[in-house]
Structure formats: structure tokens, C-alpha cells
Ligand binder design. Structure first.
Ligand SMILES: Cc1ncc(COP(=O)(O)O)c(C=O)c1O
Ligand SMILES: N[C@@H](CCCC[NH3+])C(=O)O
Length: 417
């Protein structure tokens, strides 16, 4: 298991921080995302240090949590960034990220997004199809630039994760087919405005075993050797992200063991190694605070209706994902098996099923391991304003995103004249 626990259950505080979550809920209201600076820094350092003297770049996968304060914190630690849109590029630049440490992934990059990335001077485009090579070449030519490219190959490795977040199987939309990689590198070489720079793969998310990573690295290494034999110069290997965290009973490898295993599988090569962790950097650095609005007892079930919902944290509804739910302030209700549900009008709007808790109205709960793919996947469904986000830093609590107002939410919509 990773060396950075998410939460000190006994004291109602976040990892390494001294501010009570109860105080945060009173000051900023609920629902509210709370992150720990200490946990974020510890997680980044664990990945970074694990490389020892080996040339490497940790490119945080922005999609996991794109709050500017988090990006800025990571940029200050020296992190690079894995982006998947022009919007994420803007965020990284605004947060002070170094464009020379940015890789751009994604199957559907648009010409405008390519232009912005070329203008910023990013490190590499992780190209995912032959058609994308042609568009990138054209856009780069128009700007009189040479685009650095890696091909993201799909190694057809079973990541043994939820099917919605497996990306390295041949039936997935991601990457170019492994057996076509050499042919596509040869096509890439023919484009005047592209420069082959690296080789990339990413097999999926929330992987809790090393086996699939090592298998993918073996395939990538074999391909690298064949490409070098064919005369291609590959400066870096991007091995993607995907290291899982503990939500329930999982026992994922520590960042250090994961990095050590990747490096061992690649062996002593000259290429710089890139990784793109998202969840493992921020997942256990954040919780979602929510208050019990109502308890509702029916002959069949006991419901705790809380003020957070699937629009705030959609992982349970989307993947049937488990997040631990712990009382922060409990006022001593009877213990029951509760369905923890939100106010949204969907039966799928649940945050946890069958949780044994002693609850009463007004209790404060923390939904654990919510730092990754929580706020970044939130929506305004049911016209619910997005939650606030705060970062705890020792004795201080910084509001890093205000709770959205209804005015902000409705701005931009227009009625017909
Ligand atoms: C290309 C790419 N890189 C990195 C990541 C980050 O994954 P994770 O948050 O599982 O580390 C993802 C998401 O799966 C991704 O699609
Ligand atoms: N959104 C997913 C992870 C997707 C990874 C992105 N490729 C989750 O919450 O688990």
C-alpha cells in the first residue's frame, strides 16, 4: 500500500494537517472538497524520488483534478503535465506549468488545440491515429513549426480494471494497433513538419497489480528495439499512468515499487522515462465533506439523504465505485445499515450502499479518496451549483475554488427573442 494514508480517522483531520474538517464545513459549507497539501507533496515526492538518478519526468494527468492550486503546487515541485484538451493546456499555463514539460494525449485533438499546444511549445504530442498525424503535420506546417510526436501504441494488455477505464486492449479506442506501430512510425517520418521524439502507451486506470504494467513495458521495450533497428531515434518512453489507490480492500503497490518495476522492465536504456500518474497523486489527498439532510426510514430500507450527490461525485453512479464514508461529527443516532444517497432525481444517485453507521440529521460525513475524478467529473445536473474546494496547509485553510453561485450557473444561457 502507498506510504501516504488519506485521512486520520480518529482526529477528524486530513493527513499531516492540523485543521479540523468540522471547522472547514462550518466555514465553507457543504458539499465541499478538501485537499491536503502535505498529502499531495508527499505523493509527488514519492514518485519523483523513486527514479533515483534516472532521467525522468513525472507528468501529472490533469484530468484527475485540474484545480489551478493543485496544478500550481505540482508545477512548483517540478512536475510535468499530461493534458487531453486545449482547456487543460490553458489551466497548466495559467498555473505556471512549464510547457516544455507537457505531453498532449487523447484520441480527438482538434486543430485549434494543436495550434495552442504548438504555440506554447509543448514537449510532445502523443498521437493516437494515422489520421491525426496528417492533421498535426498540416497544422504545424501552417505555423511554420515542427511538432514533436510519440505514437501512443495499444499493447493489447489486460489491465484487469473496470471495463470503462481499461484503455490498452485492442478493442479500446485508444492508441494505434501494436502490430501497425512500425508502419505508422515509417509514415510519421515522411511528414515534413513532424519530428519523431518518443514512444507512448497507457493501459488503463486504477491498476492494483504490477503484472499488466510490466507486461506492457516488455512489449514497449521490444518495439523500441525494433524501431531503433529500423533507424528511428526515440528520445523518451512514456509509460502512461494508471497506478491505483486503496478505496476498499485493494492493496496497490507503493509508488516507489511501481516506478522500480517499470524501470527494471525497461532496463538500462538511454531514453528519458515519462509517467503520467493522476489518481495516485491526488486520489487519497482529498475528501468530499457532506452533511446529512434527512434520515428516511421505510419498511424496506434506511436512507441517509446527504447534500452531496452524483453531480458532485459521479464515480459511484458511473462505475459502481466504492468510496469509504466516515462520520466526522456524529451526534449519536442508532446504528443502522444505511443507503447514502443524494438529492438528485435518479435512483443511481447514491454515494454508498449498505453502510453501517450511527447517524442523525445534521451529521457531517467525509467521503474518502475523493481527490481524483471527483470535482473534475462533476456537473450541474439538476441545476446544482458545483461544490467549493479548499486546500488545507498546516494551520491554514485556503479556499481554492468558490462554491458556484446560481447566477454563474445560469450565465451564458439565452432565450429566443
Ligand atoms: C493517457 C492517460 N494518461 C494518464 C492517465 C491517468 O491515469 P490515472 O489517473 O489512472 O493515473 C489517463 C487516465 O486513465 C490517461 O488516459
Ligand atoms: N474517471 C475514471 C478514471 C478515468 C481515467 C482516465 N483515462 C475514474 O474515476 O476512475
Amino acid at each position: 500500500m502507498s506510504g501516504f494514508p488519506s485521512f486520520d480517522y480518529r482526529n477528524g483531520r486530513l493527513y499531516g494537517e492540523s485543521v479540523q474538517l468540522d471547522r472547514i464545513a462550518r466555514e465553507f459549507g457543504t458539499p465541499c472538497y478538501v485537499y491536503s497539501r502535505a498529502a499531495l507533496v508527499a505523493a509527488y515526492r514519492e514518485f519523483d524520488a523513486a527514479f533515483g538518478g534516472r532521467d525522468h519526468l513525472v507528468c501529472y494527468a490533469v484530468k484527475a483534478n485540474s484545480n489551478l492550486a493543485i496544478l500550481n503546487l505540482l508545477a512548483r515541485l517540478g512536475s510535468g503535465f499530461d493534458i487531453v484538451s486545449g482547456g487543460e493546456l490553458q489551466r497548466v499555463l495559467k498555473a505556471g506549468g512549464d510547457p516544455q514539460k507537457v505531453v498532449f494525449s487523447g484520441v480527438g485533438k482538434q486543430p485549434d488545440e494543436m495550434r495552442a499546444a504548438l504555440a506554447a511549445g509543448i514537449f510532445c504530442f502523443n498521437v493516437e491515429s494515422e489520421a491525426e498525424l496528417a492533421v498535426l503535420d498540416r497544422v504545424a506546417g501552417e505555423l511554420n513549426k515542427i511538432a514533436p510526436v510519440s505514437l501512443r501504441v495499444n499493447p493489447d494488455v489486460d489491465a484487469k480494471t473496470h471495463p470503462y477505464i481499461s484503455t490498452g486492449l485492442k478493442e479500446n479506442k485508444f492508441g494505434v494497433p501494436f502490430e501497425e506501430a512500425e508502419k505508422l512510425y515509417a509514415s510519421a517520418r515522411e511528414f515534413a513538419n513532424l519530428r519523431i521524439s518518443g514512444l507512448d502507451c497507457h493501459i488503463g486506470s486504477q491498476l492494483t497489480k504490477l503484472g499488466p504494467f510490466v507486461e506492457a513495458c516488455g512489449k514497449i521495450l521490444g518495439l523500441l528495439i525494433r524501431l531503433e533497428t529500423l533507424g528511428f531515434t526515440i528520445d523518451h518512453l512514456d509509460l502512461g499512468g494508471g497506478l491505483g489507490i486503496r478505496y476498499l480492500g485493494e492493496n496497490p503497490p507503493a509508488a516507489k515499487d511501481y516506478v522500480t518495476a517499470l524501470c527494471a522492465a525497461i532496463g538500462p536504456r538511454n531514453q528519458r522515462i515519462l509517467i503520467e500518474p493522476g489518481r495516485a497523486l491526488v486520489g487519497n489527498a482529498g475528501v468530499l465533506l457532506t452533511r446529512v439532510e434527512y434520515l428516511k426510514h421505510t419498511p424496506h430500507r434506511d436512507f441517509a439523504i446527504v447534500d452531496a450527490a452524483m453531480n458532485d461525485l459521479m464515480r459511484p453512479a458511473l462505475y459502481d465505485a466504492y468510496h469509504e464514508i466516515l462520520p466526522v461529527i456524529a451526534n449519536g443516532g442508532d446504528e443502522k445499515i444505511y443507503q447514502i444517497v443524494g438529492p438528485v432525481c435518479e435512483t443511481g444517485d447514491f454515494l454508498g450502499h449498505d453502510r453501517k453507521l450511527a447517524l442523525s440529521q445534521g451529521d457531517l460525513l467525509a467521503i474518502m479518496s475523493a481527490g481524483a475524478y471527483g470535482m473534475s467529473m462533476s456537473s450541474n445536473y439538476n441545476t446544482r451549483p458545483r461544490a467549493a474546494e479548499v486546500m488545507v496547509d498546516g494551520d491554514h485553510v485556503h479556499l481554492i475554488r468558490q462554491r458556484e453561485s446560481l447566477e454563474q450557473l445560469l450565465a451564458g444561457e439565452k432565450m429566443l427573442p
